[in-house]
Design a protein around this ligand. Structure first.
Ligand code: ADP
Ligand code: ZN
Length: 739
């Protein structure tokens, strides 16, 4: 690039979409029309990186880098600038989660290819000339491709069922022309404009009142965060659809965040019913070209409604009117790698910056949101009853000490007989066990050797259907050995404990003439396997559904009459902060699956500790009493949401070096400073999973008062440390996982 001499330059601060610690300064010619928010390409070392102009251009000053060291901006992209609101969002998230602005901008600029316009796509059009000779195939072409239309080769050959050669020969004779596809024609299919009036339901009084409250601020443009707290099947989805319709009518966009991509298909179908077209989608399953086009359409303000995984929050939105966080309690909103953030919380932040309406929706709100609503920081909207005739299922407990299953089995006689009753009525039944695979532990009957991952501190989980053993930490797999790897004995491996595959095996023995299927997160992303199983369930071809965590979320099983929890105690053992809350939520979600359409359902929990307060509260149906009690316990120990936590996870390949660095870091813990509030550091301690992918792990836990400046404290602390290059320090503000 040409150098510009003398004083004719200005300086701009650019936020690079990269893991760099700060903003960088670049030169632009005096008088260049540049404004904050513009997307640019800049040289950085030997590379070129995309970024965004963060501050308005200004004259060069003495303390700027010397002029001959400054580099010029290479390219300015032809896109609407990133709005101030988006830039504030990046800044806010960056300082809250303690990741550099560039790392957060990189989330938002996740598709750098989308900065350049799409290469023109060629399509077919008819000319005025008709070919002299019309075969059947050619006739079909002209019946499909009418004057004024443009179609891509693939679309046209499929629609007219002709070969590409037919089109080529017509082109040769001048009857068809190949020309650039007009952009309107291409976007139509992806970014239709939803029709708010396409198909409305008749709301009950309760629902209509909820809609009224939730749409209160849609046209006045004020921030409001609502907790939409309604039992499963109460019509929360119908209600927030109506709020989205109101936003559309007011010329605003809306986004619905879901904790899991497997849920998008179901919501999509309902969306089409309600609005007459598909919403835009955003999740990890999109093809690169879908990502590119969707990103660009958002940047250009063309997307009206999007259904998205958590990362959809980090798109260059304009004019957001509504943000829905569906199943807001779900830990799936927490991003645990890279920039560690909770999309539920960041949605509220984004909503505030956008003056938008935020709706946190759940049948089992998180304690955070419950307390926020109770204390009137959020506005509470309740839907206490199921839509239509269906009541909530009858929930009861099976005391496994009194009514144990036969040896080597997992279903108690009471559970089996309840399943039988439901099946006799022609209903579907569901069994929930949050354990993937066949068995959580495999050992050698001869020598007692336990099979563990070589790279992690984790047992290998047998997946019998695939004949593999898998590590659920690092994902590595190996074949199930014929002889014990330790003692060499043959045929001596034995499975300990149940996973869903093992329950499937048992169900096969107990109900040999019924059709059973497993649903687990192993299926997510496997070319529609999960979806095809869900379709079989919908069409009634499966009698017994056995599933992990994945079935606790949102899926709608209309014919389900019975839900059984194989091991209600499973989540209670791991003593982390949210164990009780999570167990309560999951079990309530699972039992809420039963009896949704007209018949009342039944749900049962198998437990060896039926007196546990969490299970007792569930059986008594006293959700709010449970939440109040849980809130009180957290308040007494100043735990979130009454105090603040941050996790520091140190990891490295060398245990001795890691231990040394942990001790060094512990020695640097700053003394409490009144200005920062009350802060305490616990640790270092080996993480519960002390090694993952051959990296050893140590943890600190920073515990602070509600008003404490926990980020500033951590920043002061780490500023004093020299982190060895082999060691990584991950900061997790408001941690959800403590492994
Ligand atoms: P939730 O999201 O609270 O679980 P949904 O919105 O999925 O509840 O509603 C449960 C079922 O009841 C859905 O099939 C939905 O279409 C139906 N439904 C809810 N409210 C109405 C209504 N007012 N009129 C007709 N159907 C409704
Ligand atoms: Zn592993």
């Amino acid at each position: 690039m040409q150098r510009i001499e003398n004083d004719d330059i200005q300086i701009v601060a650019v936020c690079l979409a990269a893991l760099v610690p700060k903003l960088f300064h670049y030169a632009v010619p005096q008088g260049a029309a540049l404004a904050p928010g513009q997307f640019v390409l800049v040289p950085f070392g030997k590379k070129k990186l995309p970024g965004v102009i963060w501050e308005a251009p200004r004259p060069w000053q003495e303390n700027d880098p010397p002029k001959d060291k400054l580099k010029f901006i290479e390219q300015i992209y032809d896109l609407p600038p990133l709005s101030e609101e988006n830039r504030q969002f990046v800044d806010w998230v960056s300082s809250y989660v303690m990741s550099p602005q560039g790392a957060v901008l990189k989330l938002l600029l996740s598709v750098p290819d989308a900065l350049s316009p799409e290469k023109p796509v060629m399509g077919w059009q008819v000319s005025d000339k008709r070919p002299p000779r019309l075969t059947e195939a050619r006739r079909r072409v002209f019946a499909t491709l009418l004057p004024g239309m443009a179609m891509r080769t693939k679309t046209l050959t499929e629609a007219a069922s002709v070969s590409a050669a037919t089109l080529a020969s017509l082109e040769k004779e001048g009857a068809l022309i190949k020309a650039e596809m007009p952009p309107e024609l291409m976007e139509e299919t992806l970014f239709d404009v939803p029709d708010p009036a396409h198909s409305r339901v008749q709301f009950s009084d309760e629902q209509a009142e909820a809609v009224r409250q939730l749409t209160d601020k849609i046209d006045t443009r004020g921030f409001q965060c609502h907790l939409l707290d309604g039992v499963t099947g109460s019509g929360k989805t119908e209600v927030f659809f109506e709020v989205i319709a109101a936003a559309l009518t007011n010329g605003k966009s809306a986004i619905v965040l879901l904790p899991e991509i497997a849920l998008t298909e179901q919501l999509l179908a309902r969306f089409v019913e309600r609005f007459g077209c598909r919403p835009a989608l955003w999740h990890s399953g999109l093809t690169p070209s879908e990502r590119r086009r969707t990103w660009r359409a958002v940047a250009e303000g063309k997307v009206k409604v999007m259904v998205a995984a958590r990362s959809g929050l980090f798109l260059p939105w304009q004019n957001l009117g509504v943000i829905v966080v569906d199943e807001e309690h779900d830990p799936g909103f927490k991003q645990e790698e890279g920039v560690i953030y909770n999309a539920r919380d960041m949605a509220v932040v984004r909503g505030r910056l956008a003056d938008a309406t935020v709706i946190l929706s759940s049948a089992t709100p998180s304690l955070e949101s419950y307390v926020n609503a109770r204390d009137e920081r959020y506005h509470l909207v309740k839907l206490p009853s199921r839509h239509g005739a269906a009541g909530m299922p009858d929930l009861s407990m099976i005391d496994m000490r009194l009514d144990p299953p036969a040896r080597g089995q997992w279903l108690s006689p009471a559970m089996v007989s309840a399943m039988q009753d439901a099946l006799d009525l022609g209903q579907q039944t569901l069994l929930f066990l949050n354990r993937r695979g066949y068995a959580p532990l495999t050992l050698c009957r001869n020598c007692g050797h336990r099979y563990a991952c070589s790279d992690c501190d984790a047992w290998l989980v047998e997946h019998r259907r695939k004949n593999l053993m898998a590590c659920h930490q690092c994902g590595s797999v190996r074949n199930v050995p014929d002889t014990c790897e330790e003692c060499g004995e043959a045929d001596c491996l034995t499975a300990c404990g149940p996973g869903v595959e093992r329950v499937l095996e048992e169900v096969g023995h107990v109900f040999p003439d019924k059709k059973a299927a497993v649903l687990s997160s192993d299926m997510v992303g496997q070319s529609g396997e999960l979806q095809s199983q869900l379709n079989l369930i919908q069409s009634g071809e499966i009698d017994i559904i056995i599933g992990t965590q994945i079935i606790a979320k949102g899926h709608h099983f209309p014919a389900l009459g019975f839900a059984g929890v194989v091991d209600a105690d499973l989540g209670l053992g791991n003593g982390d902060l949210r164990a009780a809350e999570r167990t309560y939520q999951t079990l309530l979600q699972v039992s809420g699956r039963a009896g949704r359409e007209s018949a009342k359902g039944t749900a049962m929990l198998q437990s060896y500790m039926p007196d546990h307060p969490v299970l007792q509260a569930l059986i008594a149906g006293e959700r709010d009493i449970f939440l109040e009690r849980e809130a009180e316990m957290r308040a007494q120990s100043s735990m979130p949401p009454f105090g603040r936590l941050a996790g520091l996870v140190l990891s490295g390949p060398d245990l001795a070096a890691l231990n040394q660095f942990s001790r060094d870091l512990a020695a640097l813990i700053p003394a409490s400073e009144p200005a920062l509030g009350e802060v305490r550091v616990l640790g270092p301690a080996p993480a519960p999973i002390a090694r993952i992918r051959n990296r050893y792990r140590m943890r600190f836990l920073v515990k602070a008062g509600k008003q404490a400046k926990i980020q500033r404290f951590i920043a002061h602390w780490l500023a004093k440390a020299k982190i060895p290059s082999q060691i990584r320090v991950a900061i997790d503000i408001d941690p959800y996982s403590f492994f």
